[in-house]
Design a protein around this ligand. Sequence first.
Ligand code: PEP
Ligand code: MG
Length: 585
Amino acid sequence: MKGEKVFRGIAVSAGVCRGRILVLHRTQHVITRRELPDNEVESEVKRFEQCLVKTRQQITEVQRRVAASMSATEADIFDAHLLMLEDRVLIDEVLRLIRTQKVSAEFAFHTVAERYVAALANVDDEYLRERAADLRDLSARVLENLLEVKDALDVRHLSEPCILVSHDLSPSTTAQLDRKFVLGFATDIGGKTSHTAIMARSLDIPAVVGLQNVSEELETGDYALLDGYNGTLIVNPTDQTLFEYGQLAKIKASLGEKLREIQRQPAVTLDGKTIVLSANIEDQNDVESVIAHGAEGVGLFRTEFLFINREQLPGEEEQYQAYRQVAAALKPAPVIIRTLDLGGDKFASHLQLAKEMNPFLGWRAIRFCLAQPELFRAQLRAILRASADGNVKMMYPMISGLDELNRANALVEKCKTELRAEKIPFDENLEIGAMIEIPSAALVADALARRVKFFSIGSNDLIQYTLAADRTNEKVSHLYEPTHPAILRLIKLTVDAAHANGIWAGVCGEVAGDVVLAPLLVGLGVDELSAAPPVIDEVKYIIRRIKLSEARALADFALQCESPSEIFARCLDLAHASAPSLFMN
Ligand code: PEP
Ligand code: MG
């Protein structure tokens, strides 16, 4: 290929790198139907079973290596492979084919696995579609073992730095990469939540997915630049392009340095207003990242992730260990544990719940917990017990009014009485807050504020419920506007009700981690912002570069303005003027 060519995809991991491309071609196994004489059928069944054992050992080994070199979260990805490998329905179907049709194990396995992959690849659920990639990965490994072939390219032993380009990058290939030499990833397919993307972010190397058929158009040895900010792969970049990216690299390096310098500093505006910056976490493994990014505790522990992707409900003891671990590691910093928010788009596979017409308006979060007192009790006891080991606070999701708050509090009191009788320690003064994420809760915030110790505004849901725009439906994403005047008025109402009653109000939805919108929230009087650990540095950076007076002026303008886009434009102006280096991509 001659001359510069730009491929556009989806940016999934920030950063820029340049170098030679290494194209990983998909290993295509040609599987033909091989029929067996009667007396070989049972030995073929045995061969298949031995292959499953061997594959299991290999995966466990890769998982062990990943756990040692990356983190437990990345290693967990291989649990999905192990589960699929033990799927009785799939295995029985393969055995049945071998026995009834008298065909080779590779032909039987390939036939069944391909059917599963096709079914998964066609479902209307991004998560499940991405599991098709897991199954393909697993299937290739099983076939390689049955056919006794080696990987076409041993990515563990690369000899020079390269940008890996492939159709897709499987988690097991990713885990085996020789990281010294991998500058970045570029793939034809994939989404923001694909495992390749998750791993790239955790490896902190640039990655772009969804580049269509780039792996077919490019050849190993081509020279390219990968831009993980804007989602482009630029092949044969001109001197001008390289110069521009050289400038960008300098800017980003100096921004990175500035962000690191303030990691241990408070989030305080130029005129002295301190904002509490906390982290949103999903499980106990996120604690390291909370500390690394200098968060002042956890503002939202989404406990439902302990309940999904598994066969058995976590009991009181298991939950206690998870909550205790976080509380003890971050002590004396506060850890706000949110009670279970199942339902909506988060389901536990083992709870066979009836499908609902409107899951976001249905049996979700506190509604579900109040109807399942035993399940709720186990969690409340686990949280109370963990409160003896650190600075634990608790909040309820999806409170719609006083009644739910009172009922939940009554259950907490019951659990406290039990624990006292059992002489199990807990914090008698454990603070309880309410999430404000339903418009009705914002409208009765004054009544709620008299009965809780804090508010945490769940803007993700507050926006969806106020504007009647499903947060997961891209067809109505144009209506999902954080700067809609209705949203800002509800936030203001909530914050004012909190302050009038001597309690604080935070925001833990995605807007809290958005550097363009955070100043507006500060101007509306929000006391705490809670966001994913990696974005905390940038939010702190902008807070330290604005004045509270400017933020208030922005909020005053926004509260009397009728247009969401005009409000957004003003937010953008202030952010650009205050922290231009955050916007130089
Ligand atoms: C929210 O709704 O803003 C929130 C933080 O909760 P979740 O995203 O888990 O629903
Ligand atoms: Mg929510």
